[in-house]
Ligand binder design. Sequence first.
Ligand code: GLN
Length: 260
Amino acid sequence: MKMKKLLSVVLVAACTLSMAACGSGESKNTGSASDDSDTLVMATNAEFPPYEYHDGDEIVGIDAEFAAAIADKLGKELKIEDMAFDSIIPAVQGGKADFGAAGMTVTDERKTQVDFSDSYYTGRQVIIVAEGSDFATPEDLEGKKIGVQLGTTGDIYASDTPENGGYGEENIERFNKGFEAVQSLLQGKIDAVIIDDQPAKAFVAENDGLKILDTEYIEEEYALCFKKDSKLVAEVNDAIAALKEDGTFDKIVAKYITAE
Ligand code: GLN
């Protein structure tokens, strides 16, 4: 990490000394994201089925396929970079990725850090508990141990104070992957997991002994995120509109989410 930082400082210095050494060809070779390259680099956290997850060596899911279709519309190749969820915004801000696609909710706080595309999906935060538990409403979980995925909206809401509808920082356990939170719940170490509805359904379907509380928690909008003032946003919004219009988006969703 330290070495990398040092290296980039040296590179920046070299660039200011000689602009010629830092043309777009050069930056392509180093794999960095750029508006003019033929590759679009997407930052994601592939631990979030059905939006993005590993299938063998591949990263698949709604976001992965939708982003590939968007890249195609823009005449570019898609390259996916997998990272921790809370690294996605820094990667986009730092130009290591052209955009982030990770079932990411549009929030006012994030809007101060990145620009968002038009929203392409509505998500919901839900609560997973053990099947045999007596928990029936969000209120039943006051003072209980709640698991969340680090840096997600579930984390933000749940760790807020009880007056603001949260459970209080002291009751929150944070995990890098949603599945790790679910595992902790299965082991009885925590009482509930707060996470987006579709991943929750996927985790509950894969594991016996869990259920999703039948109560609305919080509704949110997903969008792709970009570096502030990126010229890509307008182009991507056009692609999103076209792919929604011609049914491509619905087809991708139908492949990963079976209608209830
Ligand atoms: N929608 C949630 C958020 O934006 C969770 C996203 C995720 O875990 N990939 O914070």
